[in-house]
Write a protein that binds this ligand. Structure first.
Ligand SMILES: [Zn+2]
Length: 61
């Protein structure tokens, strides 16, 4: 079995706007996690701090 997307890092994102939980993935530059609400397409960005954040769960207001 081989995943087409490879092991692309992602984090769990909870969109408060629509109460939807989904995954958002690391961008190509590997500077932030970027995703969109599946219902209203609100954009969510979680920048990766230089210190390295350990949290795996974020929320978008
Ligand atoms: Zn939404």
């Amino acid at each position: 079995m081989q995943a087409k997307t490879g092991k692309r890092p992602f984090i769990g994102m909870h969109f408060k706007c629509c109460h939807v939980y989904t995954r958002i993935y690391l961008n190509r530059k590997r500077t932030a996690f970027v995703g969109w609400c599946p219902k209203c397409t609100r954009k969510a960005v979680v920048r990766i701090s230089p210190d390295g954040t350990e949290d795996r769960f974020f929320t978008a207001d």
